[in-house]
Design a protein around this ligand. Structure first.
Ligand SMILES: Cc1cc2nc3c(=O)[nH]c(=O)nc-3n(C[C@H](O)[C@H](O)[C@H](O)COP(=O)(O)O)c2cc1C
Length: 325
């Protein structure tokens, strides 16, 4: 498959594994890249920039294919120097970065000088245009369906992606709600150059998380996610487990008086980490997208990527061609 994205980034298939806190480690990124898609290591999962350098080296031991590093620029409960992580990415020699959260402008000049291509992930047309204006090479556009932070506009991919395609010149990766070949064909039809998947890659053999979490994703329906922190204008989509429901109750009770301190005990990243390590689905909140409803198995990354490509080819060459005949 060839799109502007595969050409620009030198990968076989227009499929990206989005950055995932606690999940985006070397074994997953390497498996995705070995499957012909673009694997991404999540920088802030590593406690220090030095650990990130070691994680990147570990990934290189497992793949000779291109992979990227995600740098999420958002306020965190622990103090984080994003600049030091950005420098570690540059020092590592990795040539693709996925930025997300705040505007990556402070790091653009040093990434560019080091020949690092930047995919900025955002949730609106206006932020995509800004990313293009400051020199990002591509954007990943996250619709309302997505896991993690969907922004505050609540525009689903079906409208957001063609709107972005109308406005942007740089390649667009469609993100949020993608999990199979039908999604890939739809994304291409809407004007995107590829798809980004988070939740779908959690339910793979190589995802370094407890089997219980993968099984919960397979068992879940599209109604099993919850949006939290809307009143703080920091909306995030999580798996609707017991903790997420408790947090929802606190949000209802506090109403307009809600502060981050009220929610901190529920949304702490460290509690989320226990979920993945110990397999206790209710140990904390954990990100998941509506696409859980479309996930019915736990394949290897190679099986998943080749299945998506095969399905997409069949849909285009059989179902769609027959429709036109
Ligand atoms: C467990 C998990 C953790 C995530 N952590 C991050 C993160 O740290 N930084 C980031 O930019 N996006 C993060 N995301 C969002 C994904 O990169 C991606 O944009 C999103 O999952 C796309 O929606 P989908 O899950 O429907 O595929 C996370 C997603 C999941 C499922």
């Amino acid at each position: 498959m060839r799109t502007r994205f595969t050409e620009m980034f030198g990968i076989r298939y227009p499929i990206v594994q989005g950055g995932m806190q606690w999940v985006g480690r070397a074994e997953l990124a390497a498996a995705v890249s070995n499957a012909g898609a673009l694997g991404i290591i999540t920088a802030l999962t590593q406690p220090t920039p030095e650990d990130l350098l070691r994680e990147i080296a570990r990934c290189r031991d497992m793949t000779d294919q291109p992979f990227a590093v995600n740098l999420t620029i958002l306020p965190t409960l622990r103090a984080v120097s994003h600049a030091h992580y950005a420098q570690a990415i540059i020092d590592s020699g990795v040539k693709i970065v996925e930025t997300a959260g705040r505007n990556p402008e402070p790091y653009m000049a040093s990434f560019k000088a080091a020949g690092v291509k930047i995919i900025h992930k955002c949730t609106s047309v206006r932020h995509s245009l800004k990313a293009q204006a400051i020199g990002c090479d591509a954007v990943s556009v996250d619709g309302f369906e997505c896991a993690g932070h969907p922004g505050e506009d609540d525009i689903p991919g079906l409208v957001l992606l063609p709107r972005a395609a109308e406005q942007l010149k740089i390649p667009i990766i469609a993100s949020g709600g993608f999990g199979d070949g039908r999604g890939l064909v739809a994304a291409l039809a809407l004007g995107a150059d590829g798809i980004n998947m988070g939740t779908r890659f959690m339910a793979t053999v190589e995802a370094p998380i407890h089997q219980n979490i993968k099984d919960s994703i397979v068992a879940a329906s599209e109604r099993d996610t919850a949006l939290l922190m809307r009143r703080l204008r920091n909306t995030a989509r999580f798996f609707r487990n017991r903790v997420a429901q408790e947090a929802e109750a606190v949000e209802r009770m506090k109403g307009a008086d809600l502060t981050i301190q009220d929610l901190a005990p529920f949304v702490s990243g460290q509690r989320g980490r226990l979920v993945y390590e110990q397999g206790d689905v209710d140990a904390g909140v954990w990100s998941a997208g509506m696409v859980v409803g479309l996930i019915h198995d736990v394949p290897t990354c190679a099986e998943l990527v080749s299945r998506i490509v095969r399905e997409a080819r069949e849909i285009i060459s059989e179902r769609l061609m027959k429709t036109m005949a």
